[in-house]
Design a protein around this ligand. Structure first.
Ligand code: GPW
Length: 842
């Protein structure tokens, strides 16, 4: 290897490469070796991890060239910017994405080959940047990719968590959580900006003072920290544009409390530092359920405050104090309610700091902000106790009170025609500050209401979801501001989720369509419909799927030590573990399948469709029921996978530590994927789109984006089952009288009776779907059970007809054009942001 590498470097030194930045530069092998030599003190004979670091630090320079060019151009043009405020960005790995997006893949793959390495293995040494929980954080990452690809002036703003999403391990089949230590070997994808830092305050008191006869409000925080900027360049695909994700790190105002330090009180000297660093220390691992911890509110205010100051300081550098034109230069998208304190913070900055009139500031604020809702589940809507907010953010609490007074007064006028009793009721129902329904003593700030009142546009993330937002959860507000409410169906980047994670399929598509333009114009994938029934095309299509299945099989072997039948149907459910997502229902059907196989004669078994079932996903650390579901999956797997009667026909594996990178391996290999949430509960779902792009058939409920996916793919090509969203309320009321299927009753007895061991641990799971117990089967597993089993039979029948199965598979990819995040971002840009492309010259 060493000799190879020396020869390669010598050879490469003779040639000069040209980068996207335009500058002639050192050939890649030389540059990689230089980086290893001078940044890491290494000389030859590297591990794959070394080769990764050398490659990454080399690629970083091209990325920064492109970043600088883009921002120079944007500084000159001064276009309107969109700022995507999000507590989460689930970026995953960067190396592969960066070299592909910059068009450097060939150059670096060759360089590594010459040096005796393989790009795929080298790329595998990168740790995921897991600064997000699941769908919401990954959506933000896909949006950044599309914004850059579409040349839209826009940045993401968030938190540089020291520890991201925890690492999930299994111990005796139970989830255990380990810290995600991702920064220790350095992060080549970020640039620390020592000249960009802002103070962020907490607590303290608020006073009124007279300055030049004018009353001003002065907030004196009792605690201050520094927000330090780190830039993460975001390369667009097939464009010179590289935009930015700016993440904030929390630091103490001063390195040490010098007084305490000099007095020898080192413990106290450290306290401030620890308190400051705690703010950006760790991502809260809750998906779709807010954790009402004070530190969480602190995180939210921390990054919002720093981001708004940053934007205002850039605005002022160009436009001075002409704040009335701020809405022509900047707009903010609130990714769920997590950054909603921005409503109060922008008001504070404009009124208290810049001295604008309240009304003028309010006009500007509401013009600049927009809010995306991502959930319909009432328990997921954030509400902060007034007491907590008043203590941590006393001035913001005042501002929210004034906003609410103005809002309710305006409402009273607007609802003037109503009888006073009815009017009072409506106003109380829409008050931003209201009683805690479970504890009349406590008052709460409803962050969704604050976001709606403080924004120009409010959107849901799939057609059905946006309708539920309008007709149910925010219906009062919809009646008052119908034109504020919009739909923006989610999308995913076709670069990471098809072209880069499945280069084999991408090559086949490009060959067949005669162009690679589909990578940024996914509507062109529709051209594949013409080949859906073509035998020779089907054979090629199937060969790609087989190759990807082999890779997943190798991964299963590595993790579980088992060889799986690669001719089996690969059946996948990967997503956060949540009762509403109903992994439990999936497990029940797997147990049922197992019991049927056990009863069959050898002859019958020969006709059965073999399946390899994979379930993956993390449970929030405090979500007890979700952890029990994981244990049920592993316990059922332990029984099934070892049973000599059935192990050739059915397997169940739990893949631990599901994350973005694992998804990139699993999704291309999947033949059937499960999206089986109770109708009306999954706002959109986005993995469903990734599976669709990769030609994976879907078994799913009439929920979230499944509906639009089915419409685009052809409803008959999708295994749709179960009750509809409109029926849910009624069915919940009637669940007590619902007559469960005898097969369901049998499975409940099996689990309760200890068929999979651990019967005490599984008892709460059995109870949670019992109509006589507390949970009352809230997510209606029993109601959908029979229909689900029937849909599974249709799956088997279809799989036996491989020509039909492949035809459908092709129709999925062909129908996935709508679900590119490029389409979603174009809609946001046109309907909400009013931001236009601005591309630097190449
Ligand atoms: F509760 N989503 C998520 F709405 O991943 F805030 N985490 C969250 O905390 C929330 C929503 C929140 C997901 C939705 O569950 C999923 O249906 C949707 O596709 C995704 O956000 C992106 O819109």
């Amino acid at each position: 290897r060493r000799a190879l590498h020396v020869a390669a470097v010598a050879e490469a030194e003779k040639t000069a490469a040209t980068t996207r930045g335009g500058a002639a530069s050192v050939p890649a092998p030389v540059d990689i070796a230089n980086k290893l030599r001078y940044l890491f003190g290494r000389n030859g004979d590297y591990t794959n991890a070394d080769a990764y670091h050398g490659t990454a630090w080399s690629v970083r320079e091209k990325l920064i060239d492109s970043f600088n060019k883009t921002h120079e151009h944007w500084r000159k043009e001064d276009p309107k910017f969109i700022y995507y405020l999000s507590a989460e960005f689930l970026m995953g790995r960067s190396l592969t994405n960066t070299v592909y997006n910059l068009g450097l893949q060939g150059e670096y793959a060759d360089a590594l080959n010459q040096m005796g390495y393989e790009m795929e293995k080298v790329a595998d040494a990168e740790r995921d940047a897991a600064l997000g929980n699941g769908g919401l954080g990954r959506l933000a990452a896909c949006f950044l990719d599309s914004m850059a690809t579409l040349d839209l002036p826009g940045w993401g703003y968030g938190i540089r968590y020291k520890y991201g999403m925890f690492k999930q391990a299994l111990k005796n089949g139970y989830q255990i959580e380990q810290p995600d230590i991702w920064l220790t070997s350095g992060n080549p994808w970020e640039v620390r900006r020592d000249d960009v830092k802002f103070e962020v305050g907490f607590g303290g008191r608020v006073e009124r003072r007279k300055v030049n006869g004018k009353e001003v409000t002065v907030w004196t925080p009792s605690e201050k920290v520094i927000a330090q900027a780190y830039d993460n360049p975001i390369p667009g695909f097939d464009t010179p544009t590289t935009s930015n994700l700016r993440l904030w790190d929390a630091m103490p105002l001063t390195e040490f409390d010098l007084g305490a330090f000099n007095a020898g009180d080192y413990d106290r000297a450290m306290l401030d530092r620890e308190r400051a660093e705690a703010i950006s220390a760790v991502l809260y691992p809750n998906d779709s359920t807010p954790e009402g911890k004070e530190l969480r509110l602190k995180q939210q205010y921390f990054f919002v405050c720093a981001s708004l100051q940053d934007v205002l300081s850039r605005f002022k550098a160009v436009h001075g104090t002409a704040f009335e034109s701020l809405p022509d230069k900047a707009c903010f998208q609130l990714n769920d309610t997590h950054p909603t304190i921005a409503v109060a913070e922008l008001m504070r900055l404009l009124v208290d700091v810049e001295g604008l009139d309240w009304d003028q500031a309010w006009t500007i604020t509401t013009k600049c902000l927009n809010y995306t809702n991502h959930t319909v589940m009432p328990e997921a809507l954030e509400k902060w106790p007034v007491k907590v907010m008043a203590k941590m953010l006393p001035r913001h609490m005042e501002i929210i009170e004034v906003i609410n007074e103005g809002w309710t007064r305006w409402l009273a006028g607007h609802l003037g025609d109503l009888k006073s009793e009815e009017r009072a009721k409506r106003i109380a129902a829409m008050s931003i500050i209201h009683e805690n329904p479970w504890n009349k003593e406590e008052m709460l700030v409803n962050m969704a209401y604050l976001a709606v009142v403080g924004s120009s546009a409010v959107n849901g993330v799939a057609a059905i979801h946006s309708n539920i937002v309008k007709d149910e959860i925010l219906n009062d507000f919809y009646q008052i501001f119908p034109s504020k409410f919009q739909n923006k169906t989610n999308g995913v980047t076709p670069r990471r989720w098809l072209a880069w994670c499945n280069p084999e399929l991408a090559a086949l598509i490009t060959d067949t369509l005669g162009t690679s333009e589909w990578i940024n114009d996914t509507e062109k994938l529709a051209g594949l419909r013409a080949y859906a029934s073509d035998k020779s095309f089907q054979a090629k299509w199937s060969a790609v799927k087989k190759a990807k299945k082999a890779k997943l099989a190798a991964l299963i072997k590595k993790i579980h030590g088992d060889d799986v039948n690669q001719e089996a149907l690969f059946d996948i459910q990967i997503k956060r573990i949540h009762e509403y997502k109903r992994q439990y229902l999936n497990v029940l059907s797997i147990i049922w399948r197992y019991k049927q196989l056990k009863k069959m004669s050898p002859e019958e078994r020969r006709k059965a469709v073999p399946r390899v079932c994979v379930i993956g996903g993390k449970a929030a650390s405090a979500y007890d029921m979700a952890k029990r579901i994981i244990r049920l999956v592993t316990a059922v797997g332990d029984v099934i996978n070892r049973d000599p009667d059935t192990k050739d026909l059915l397997r169940l594996y739990f893949l631990p530590d599901y994350n973005v990178s694992l998804a990139e391996t699993i999704i291309p290999a999947a033949e059937l994927s499960q999206h089986i949430s109770t109708a009306g509960t999954e706002a959109s779902g986005t993995s469903n789109m990734k599976f669709q792009m990769n030609g994976c058939l879907i078994i799913g409920t009439w929920d979230g984006a499944n509906i639009e996916i089915a419409e685009e793919t052809g409803v008959d090509n999708v295994f749709v089952f179960g009750v509809r969203a409109e029926e849910i309320n009624q069915l919940r009321k009637e669940r007590k009288n619902f007559k469960t299927d005898p097969r369901w009753d049998e499975l409940m007895r099996d689990i309760e009776g200890g068929m999979f061991g651990d019967k005490d641990y599984f008892k709460p799971l059995v109870d949670s779907v019992n109509n006589m117990k507390v949970g009352n089967d809230w997510f209606l597993l029993a109601n959908d059970f029979a229909a689900y089993l029937e849909a599974q039979e249709e799956v088997d029948a279809c799989y036996k007809d491989q020509a039909e199965w492949l035809r459908r598979s092709i129709m999925y990819t062909a129908g996935s054009g709508k679900f590119s995040s490029d389409r979603t971002i174009r809609e946001y840009a046109e309907d909400i942001w009013h931001v236009k492309p601005s591309r630097p010259s190449a």
